[in-house]
Design a protein around this ligand. Sequence first.
Ligand SMILES: [Ca+2]
Length: 131
Amino acid sequence: MKREIKFLFYFILFISLISVTSGRPMYMKTFVDFPDEVKVCTTCHVQSSGYGGLNPFGKDFYESGKSLTPELMQLDSDGDLFSNIEELRAGTNPGDSGSTPKEESPGMTAIIAISAITLLVIIRHTGKKRK
Ligand SMILES: [Ca+2]
C-alpha cells in the first residue's frame, strides 16, 4: 500500500511538472512591444490553463500564422468595436469583448486651454469697457 501511495505521489508530481513546463512562452515574445497585461495566456486562450480552447483573437492569431500581421491588427476579433492593435496597445484583451480600452477624457490640457481662452475673452471685454 505504501508503495502505491509513493508511486501516486511521484506520478502527480511528474504530471504537475509537465503541465508547468508545457506552457508556451515562445508566443509571449510576439507581444514584446505591448504592455505586460497582454503577455498572458488569456490573450489567446479562454482560460489561463489553456483549457477551453482559443478565444476569438487566439483563433485569428492562429489563422494568421501565429504572427501579428497588419491584417490581424486591423481586425476586431472580439467584436467590441476596438481593433486588435488598439486593444493590444491599451493592454486590454483583444479576445474578450468585456475588456475594452477606456474612453479618453478631455484631460487637463483641454481644461487649461478652455480656461485660458475664457480668461482672455474676459480681459479683452473688461479692457474695452474702460476706454
Ligand atoms: Ca476588439
